[in-house]
Design a protein around this ligand. Structure first.
Ligand code: GLV
Ligand code: MG
Length: 315
């Protein structure tokens, strides 16, 4: 008998090209975010909310999830990290209040697997108590310090609820004492890509566990070219999406993390040609020529990734 995939395994395929940050303390932004073309919204109880308004923000978020029209977007709430005293009440208030209208909890500053497991256990208790489907709410884990990165492999394997591993550059840069104040851009004085190692570790841990990999914020919201460049690097490596902090960044992220029309068309051609060559009518061959290019099973897999993203983007 084939094992049933967990609900999170199915949900890991949700589009997340653009993940819009929305402060939970601001009802106007909670309203406005609903009409934007982001694939995902995350309603924030952490760093976008001052300590004095965290409690009222929990209630704003519950109201916005229950009464808003989110138009098919993935709905995520970022709670505070486990080193604070807010985490459990964030989770209990939001999940009890709006569980059926919520897709994932984002856990910031994850340092080891136990922090993900603790959230998983808490979610299970709330789901059972409330009569919600157990295991439906996913987890997104943010890697934001050296300890989290060193433990990223165990973190990415910590729970079947996990859907994404997210790079949090601002906290990360602070945690390793990087000598710059401009989040997301290369630190002056270093001649190569200072983020390559970090992004690749996150990407490998995510892919080894069939999770999505998401790049974090770019804080210069009036610098669309800079955003495009940084997003383009993450997309080229294989990342699935990036945070957006401003409506102007949404369309750029959606474009950068979708294949170009040309690549998408080419991928579909490879899939058709390979299907034909492996069929009986096509000679049941393991490889074939498509123009000047030899294609084989590995080409099919690469084409499937691009075609999958293109189909999801409606190309
Ligand atoms: C996001 O949370 C970051 O710290 O970059
Ligand atoms: Mg952070």
């Amino acid at each position: 008998m084939t094992a049933q995939p967990s609900p999170a395994a199915v949900n890991r395929l949700r589009p997340r090209r653009s993940c819009l940050a929305v402060p939970g303390s601001n009802p106007r932004f909670l309203e406005k975010a609903q009409g934007l073309a982001a694939d995902q919204v995350f309603l924030d109880l952490e760093d976008a909310c001052a300590p004095l308004v965290k409690e009222s923000a929990r209630h704003n978020i519950v109201d916005a999830l229950n009464s808003g029209d989110w138009g098919g977007k993935t709905r995520v709430v970022r709670v505070n990290d486990w080193t604070t005293h807010w985490t459990y009440r964030d989770v209990v208030t939001v999940v009890e209040g709006a569980g059926p209208n919520l897709d994932c909890i984002m856990l910031p500053k994850v340092q080891d697997a136990t922090q993900v497991k603790a959230l998983d256990l808490l979610l299970t208790q709330i789901e059972k108590t409330m009569g919600f489907e157990v295991g439906r709410i996913g987890i997104e884990a943010q890697i934001e310090n050296a300890k989290g990165l060193v433990n990223v492999d165990e973190i990415a394997a910590a729970s079947p609820r996990l859907e994404t591993i997210i790079f949090g550059p601002a906290d990360f840069m602070a945690s390793i004492n990087m000598k710059t104040l401009v989040v997301g851009q290369q630190p002056p004085g270093y001649p190569a890509d200072a983020y390559h190692y970090i992004l690749m570790r996150i990407l490998m841990a995510a892919r080894a566990n069939d999770l999505q990999a998401i790049d974090g914020p770019f804080l210069q919201i009036r610098n669309p070219d800079g955003y495009r460049e940084v997003a383009g690097r993450a997309a080229a490596l294989g990342f699935d999406g990036k945070w957006v902090l401003h409506p102007d960044q949404v369309a750029i992220a959606n474009e950068v993390f979708s294949p170009s029309q040309e690549d998408y068309d080419h991928a579909e051609l490879i899939l058709d040609a390979y299907e034909w060559c492996t069929s009986e009518a096509g000679g049941a061959k393991g490889s074939a020529m498509l123009g000047d290019e030899m294609i084989d099973e590995a080409s099919r897999k690469m084409a499937l990734v691009i075609a999958g993203k293109g189909r999801a983007a409606g190309l």
